[in-house]
Design a protein around this ligand. Sequence first.
Ligand code: ASP
Length: 439
Amino acid sequence: MIKVVKFGGSSLASAKQFQKVGEIIRSDPERRYVVPSAPGKRHMHDTKVTDMLYECYALAEEGKNFSGQLKQIRLRFEEIITGLEMSLSLEQEFQEIAEQFQKKAGRDYAASRGEYLNSIIMAQYLQYTFIDAAEVVRFDEEGAFLSEETDKMLRQRLEETEHAVIPGFYGATAQGCVRTFSRGGSDITGSIVARAVHADVYENWTDVSGFLIADPRIIERPEGIETITYRELRELSYMGATVLHEDAIFPVRKEGIPINIRNTNAPEDRGTWIVESTCQKSRYTITGIAGKRGFCSINIEKDMMNSEVGFGRKVLQVFEENGISFEHMPSGIDTLTVFVHLDEFIDKEQKVVAGLHRLTRPDSIDIESDLALIAVVGRGMRSTRGTAGRIFSALAHANVNVKMIDQGSSELNIIIGVSDNDFEAAIKAIYDIFVISQL
Ligand code: ASP
């Protein structure tokens, strides 16, 4: 078995965290390839090293003195090295970084140094080989990730390396110019390493024991999700449940490699398994609930709309021309409603209304804001009768007015539109009926 393990910033924020990580890796010889993030926050008011690097480089770019800031960053790493009682000097690395900042080597180069330095420390700490991601993760000149080239290079290199530490978050162009993924991108590096070595599992270690059935800011101590499919995860992350970078799914999914989200501070927890498909039933009918506020609906009415060929296309054309993507489009006999993000829509509102009048000649257009969407997701819903009935009776008991219902034909999720004010009450009611009352 080969396991690829990625550790997030909070798992590597201090020497104490490094020790926990060391124990986790040493406790299982199958954990052969390690992908570290940069040191994250040690406490709530702390700053991530990546943010410190961005700030420091901004000074360099403006031609200002950045040595004070760079020293603070160096102290973060030195605190880790001394805490681990290691004899490692980063003198040369920091000299090089200062020179490159002076030469304005780029924001991506600057940001990537957090992962670079942390991986040098980790490699020495574990006695694993350090492989610079700039040599094995390829981007094109425009900054787009080149998956197939990377896969080949990484595979070749790792075939001959028994144990390695590969920094997350960045790679480089063929000319050696450093490029990064978007924020949180070490998750992606972990996934591409797992794909390259045909890992049996990609373990993603963070500071929570996996995904929770609902948002802990709304539900007190919600239950965790044991197993979730990629498709369910996509539905939930789209609605705001974030633990993993979205782009981290594709490389491993292609190879059928499961992801196991684990907690560095509670390694005994099983965490969440993310899999392609499973015959394992989830403990409850639903796998998870997630939601987002800040939507608005544009309701278009027109007599005989249903027999007018091309009506829907014309409506969507107006949104497209204004560069607004739509979320949902439930329809009645003579009505059609388009749900959009309020902040995407608000500045273009009157242009959209005018466009709709011009193209579709409706009888009326009615706009409602302050709406929230809630996704109730679960592969178990397909085989269970009465799920929708239970959701809506729970909402009625909680005095929540349902403004929109949308069930995809996959029967994997039911989306419910409610007023912003009812958002939390609705999530609580759904959680209660499916989880609390089943306990
Ligand atoms: N260090 C980077 C960030 O803070 C990447 C990562 O941690 O995944 O976004």
